[in-house]
Design a protein. Structure first.
Length: 209
């Protein structure tokens, strides 16, 4: 059996978290909540964490302003460094099964663009990862674009980065259905990723005998 790049595609646009990157586990959330002095109220901490996240991801809040909103007060320099480091670290574990599919896709010449909702600290770290530097034609992050998915402006910039002339020959992959629906509005093909690398491989690398 030989793997070939999907002949119906000129490029693929990939989300990071929930596709390439694994979701944080309970221990990572607990560690972050401990640093925020909320060890006994993780659910409430997570609500505060997400309530201001879109503005942070879009580059509209500094690290200090974001964490001040989450905590309800301004953290000192040391606390801010610890929160920022722990927050970034818990989003940087990748699914090596997905990376393996992407390596084979890259070897077969299909252009790949990363489009992720991510704040500046995480964006900077992801840029240093081997898979990002070697496999992606471009890596686009919301904090740098100053717009988050599912805003159509984010997809337009990613589509431009692929160099593809026809959006119907570009596959958009994301773990959020609303992000996929927005991409479809621009004519992109979509794959709502649910954690099964075989689905991604089937979309990108259909097998031939």
């Amino acid at each position: 059996m030989t793997l070939t790049a999907n002949p119906a595609l000129d490029a693929v646009i990939l989300d990071y978290n929930g596709v390439i990157g694994l979701q944080p586990d309970t221990d990572q959330w607990r560690h972050l909540a401990d640093l925020a002095n909320r060890p006994d109220d993780i659910a409430s901490f997570q609500n505060a964490f997400w309530s201001a996240r879109e503005a942070y991801d879009a580059g509209q809040l500094s690290d200090l302003a974001y964490w001040a909103r989450v905590l309800g007060y301004h953290p000192g320099p040391r606390m801010l460094r610890e929160l920022r480091a722990a927050d970034t670290a818990m989003w940087t574990t990748v699914d090596h099964r997905v990376v393996s599919v992407l390596r084979r896709t890259h070897q077969l010449g299909l252009a790949m663009v990363l489009l992720s909702n991510a704040p500046h600290p995480l964006s900077d770290v992801l840029d240093t990862h081997d898979w990002s530097r070697r496999l992606m034609t471009r890596a686009l992050y919301s904090a740098r674009l100053q717009v988050c998915k599912p805003d159509l402006a984010a997809y337009r910039q990613a589509l431009d980065a692929t160099g593809a002339a026809d959006p119907q020959r570009v596959l958009f992959v994301d773990d959020r259905a609303d992000n996929c629906r927005a991409a479809a509005r621009l004519g992109l093909r979509t794959l709502h990723y649910t954690g099964q690398p075989a689905d991604l491989q089937a979309a990108l690398l259909p097998s031939t005998s």
